[in-house]
Design a protein around this ligand. Structure first.
Ligand code: PGA
Length: 261
C-alpha cells in the first residue's frame, strides 16, 4: 500500500454500536440495513462492531470484502478462568475479522496501557486486525496531551515486531469529543496536527514504508454533516462512528460522504 494520494488506500469506516441495540431482532435489522448501504458505496470498507451477544445474529448475514464484522473488545487469553471475558477463537467462530481495543470507555473501567498492549499483540498474532483507540481526556495550552498520546502508543509499539506494525489500525478518539454534536467534534486543524504527530512517531520508530501501511482513523461525534470535512482536511484514512452508527440512514450518509472524497 503506497501513501501519497488518498486513492492508494482503501478508506475504512467502523461502526461501534457500544451497548446497543437492545434486542437481537433490532441488531439484525440494523446490520442488514447497514450492509445494504455499505454495498452501494465505492472505495470504502465497512466494519460493524456489535455487542458480543449479537454476533451470531449478525453473522447470519453473509459478510463480504466490503462489509465485515468486528468486536468492541477481546481477551488477551484464548480460554481459562477469566470470568466475563470473550476470547479470539470464540469470536472468530463468527467470522469476526476486526477488534476495537483500548476504547476510552474500557480504559475508564480500568484497562491500562499495558493491558491494551497485551490485547493488541494477542489479537494481531491470532489473525484479528486490531483497531487501537487512543485519545486524551482534555487538552491544555502546554500540549501535555501529546505525551499522553505518545505513552498510549509506545506501550503498544514496544511490544510489536517491526513487520507486525503494518497490521495495526490506529483510531484517534479524543475523549472530550465523544458523544457530542457534530460541531463539538475535534476541529479539522486539531485533528490534522495529531495525525501528523502519530505518523511522525510511526516513521521515527519503524520507517516510512511500515508507517505508510498503518491506517489512522478519527472518532468522536462523527455525523453525516462533518464526515467529509474530517476526512478531507483531517488527513485520516477513515472514521470510527458511535452514535450515528445506530441509525442506518445516518450511517449510510457517512459512508457516502467518505466515498465521495
Ligand atoms: P460517538 O462515539 O461517534 O458517539 O462520539 C465514538 C466512539 O466512542 O467510538
Amino acid at each position: 500500500m503506497k501513501r501519497g494520494t488518498l486513492y492508494d488506500m482503501q478508506k475504512l469506516v467502523v461502526a461501534n454500536w457500544k451497548m446497543n441495540p437492545v434486542s437481537p431482532k433490532e441488531a439484525n435489522k440494523l446490520f442488514s440495513s447497514i450492509k445494504a448501504a455499505a454495498q452501494k458505496v465505492k472505495g470504502v470498507q465497512t466494519v460493524v462492531c456489535p455487542p458480543f451477544s449479537f454476533l451470531a445474529e449478525c453473522a447470519k448475514e453473509k459478510q463480504s470484502v466490503k462489509v465485515q464484522l468486528g468486536v468492541q473488545d477481546v481477551a488477551a487469553e484464548d480460554s481459562g478462568a477469566y470470568t466475563g471475558q470473550v476470547s479470539v477463537p470464540m469470536v472468530k467462530a463468527y467470522k469476526v475479522k476486526w477488534a476495537i481495543l483500548g476504547h476510552s470507555e474500557r480504559r475508564a473501567i480500568g484497562e491500562t496501557n499495558e493491558v491494551v498492549a497485551e490485547k493488541v499483540v494477542h489479537a494481531l498474532r491470532s489473525g484479528l486486525s486490531p483497531i487501537l483507540c487512543i485519545g486524551e481526556r482534555e487538552r491544555n495550552e502546554e500540549g501535555e496531551y501529546y505525551n499522553f498520546i505518545r505513552a498510549e502508543l509506545e506501550a503498544v509499539f514496544d511490544r510489536l515486531k517491526r513487520k507486525e506494525v503494518a497490521g495495526l489500525t490506529i483510531a484517534y478518539e479524543p475523549i472530550w469529543a465523544i458523544g457530542k454534536s457534530a460541531n463539538e467534534a475535534c476541529s479539522t486543524a486539531q485533528l490534522f496536527e495529531m495525525v501528523l504527530f502519530v505518523r511522525k512517531l510511526l516513521i521515527e520508530r519503524f520507517g516510512r514504508k511500515i508507517a505508510d501501511e498503518v491506517r489512522i482513523l478519527y472518532g468522536g461525534s462523527v455525523k453525516p454533516d462533518n464526515a467529509a470535512e474530517l476526512m478531507r482536511e483531517g488527513g485520516v484514512d477513515g472514521l470510527l462512528v458511535g452514535g450515528a452508527s445506530l441509525d442506518a440512514k445516518a450511517f449510510g450518509e457517512v459512508l457516502q460522504a467518505v466515498s465521495g472524497i
